[in-house]
Each structure stands twice: as structure tokens, then as C-alpha cells.
Design a protein around this ligand. Structure first.
Ligand SMILES: Nc1ncnc2c1ncn2[C@@H]1O[C@H](COP(=O)(O)OP(=O)(O)OP(=O)(O)O)[C@@H](O)[C@H]1O
Length: 211
């Protein structure tokens, strides 16, 4: 797997939110994106996911340009902001519905994914009764379910307690292999350094690498 950002610039109403970002992400590494609120982490993730297209420059997934050759990365799990789950269904039911849309993830794998993020697949509570942390765990489960080639997680541990953070960290680590690209955005630099293999720092829409 390879995600190549070539001189990616994004302007919104003339204001640059991404500035000349050039970077190649390859499989076998957990990348962290850190930086202050508003520095462009979410915008960069949206761009890599094909949710927005650059004003100039290109995003290539295994050599194919988003918005030109393909619309979205073909195998991708995404957690950005609040995922839209159905309030009247349980966590398991929500993932089953998503799995159908995505072309089928086996039931035992859905249950295992829920357990991996510390949720009980047999919990009968509906989504609207879930706490903020449980909602976030379900969002992570939805993003990693089916083990997609590219996993983009924007602030995955925001509302999660200390014990949960280590559960989530293990779940993400377990997904690592030579092919998969995992990118996590987190404004907590210390936590980021703990979770990721390489931390990239963003400032005012620009990307800088750290040693
Ligand atoms: N829909 C929008 N219209 C105009 N500007 C926007 C829009 N969404 C974000 N921005 C701007 O783009 C810039 C980058 O925002 P982005 O959400 O990528 O930051 P972030 O690093 O993810 O921040 P946070 O840590 O708060 O999530 C900010 O200056 C923000 O104000």
C-alpha cells in the first residue's frame, strides 16, 4: 500500500488550510499526526480519504489519483468527527448494517471487532443510550472492521478513559502488518508518540516530520 501526497494545497474560500504537503505513506507503519487545533489534521485526512479534493496537487493511492482515476481508496476504514450510527439499534446491529453496505464482513469478525475495542457484542442497549466513550469505541470498531488496507482515525481516543486507551492502542497495534497504512490524528503529543511509530507534526497546514 502507498499513499502519495504530491504538493497538496487546499484553499477554502481563498484561505489555505493545507499548504504544499508532500509525503509518501507506506504500509507497515503507524503514523501519527499531531498539531494544534485548526492546524489541518482533519483536512489532510479528508483529502486522503477522497472526501475533499485538493485545490492543487494530487493524492495517489497505489499510483491512482483520487478524483481522477478513482473516487475513494478502495479499501478504507475511516473515523472522522461523529460517525452516523442509527440511534435505535445496538452496537452490533449498527455494525451488521454497515458490514452489509460494505459487502459483507462475517458475523464472528464483527463480534470480535467489538470485543477488541472493549464493547460487549451482546450488550442490548441501543446506541442512543451509549456513553460518549462507548460511541467513540463503536466508531473505531466500524473503521477497523474487515481490516481495510488504509485506516484513518481522527482523534480516536478523545473521550476514552485511561483503561480504554490501552485497549484501543492494543486493537490498533494488532492490525499492523507490512501492507496496511494506519494514520492517527491526535492533539495529545505524548499519547501520539506512544501510539505511533512515526509522528508527523502539522502547523498552519504544513507537514513536518519528526525524528
Ligand atoms: N468547512 C470549512 N470551511 C472553512 N474552513 C474550514 C472548514 N473546516 C475547517 N476549516 C478550517 O480549516 C483549518 C484546518 O481545520 P482542521 O479541522 O483540519 O484542523 P484540525 O487540525 O483537525 O483541528 P482539531 O484539532 O481542532 O480537530 C482551520 O483553520 C479551520 O478553521
Amino acid at each position: 500500500m502507498e499513499i502519495k501526497l504530491e504538493h497538496v494545497t487546499k484553499k477554502i474560500k481563498g484561505v489555505p488550510v493545507l499548504q504544499d504537503v508532500t509525503k509518501t505513506f507506506t504500509g507497515g507503519c503507524i503514523y501519527g499526526l499531531s498539531g494544534k487545533n485548526g492546524c489541518g489534521k482533519t483536512m489532510l485526512m479528508r483529502t486522503m480519504a477522497g472526501l475533499i479534493y485538493p485545490t492543487s496537487g494530487a493524492v495517489k493511492i497505489n499510483g491512482k489519483t483520487l478524483g481522477k482515476d478513482i473516487s475513494f481508496p478502495p479499501s478504507m476504514g475511516l473515523l472522522i468527527e461523529n460517525p452516523a450510527f442509527l440511534r435505535g439499534y445496538t452496537g452490533l446491529e449498527n455494525l451488521e448494517i454497515l458490514a452489509k453496505v460494505q459487502g459483507g464482513v462475517p458475523q464472528d469478525e464483527i463480534r470480535a471487532t467489538l470485543e477488541q475495542v472493549g464493547l460487549d457484542p451482546d450488550d442490548k442497549r441501543k446506541y442512543y443510550k451509549y456513553s460518549l466513550g462507548m460511541r467513540q469505541r463503536l466508531g473505531i470498531a466500524a473503521a477497523i472492521m474487515g481490516k481495510p488496507d488504509i485506516i484513518l482515525l481522527d482523534e480516536p481516543i478523545n473521550a476514552i478513559d485511561a483503561e480504554g486507551v490501552s485497549v484501543i492502542r492494543d486493537a490498533i497495534r494488532a492490525l499492523m502488518d507490512d501492507e496496511r497504512i494506519i494514520i492517527i490524528a491526535c492533539h495529545d503529543k505524548e499519547e501520539m508518540e506512544y501510539m505511533a511509530d512515526t509522528v508527523l507534526h502539522m502547523s498552519e497546514g504544513r507537514l513536518e516530520e519528526e525524528a
